[in-house]
Design a protein. Sequence first.
Length: 94
Amino acid sequence: MNKHVGKQHEVSPAIEERLERAAEQLQIPADQIVEDALAHYLDRVEKRSELYAELDRRYEDYRKTGLHLTNAEVKEWLLKRSRGESDTLPESHT
C-alpha cells in the first residue's frame, strides 16, 4: 500500500517515485498533488458528461423542430467574427 493514495487504491512504484519527485520539486505535500490531480481529472470527466448531455439535448431539439444552420452559414459567421466584425449568429431555419 502506498502512502499517497486511498486504502483501496495503489499506484505503481514508478508513479510513486514521480509523485515524490514532483512534491519535492514543488515543495508541497504529495497528498496535495494527488488531491489536485484527481480533482482536475474528475472536472474533465464531469465537463465531458455535461457536454454530451447538451449535445443530446440540442440534437433532440433539431429532430423535433428541424431548425438548423448549415456549415457554410456557420463558417461565414466565424470568418466575420475572426475579422473583428460583430455579426450576430444567423437565425436557425428549416
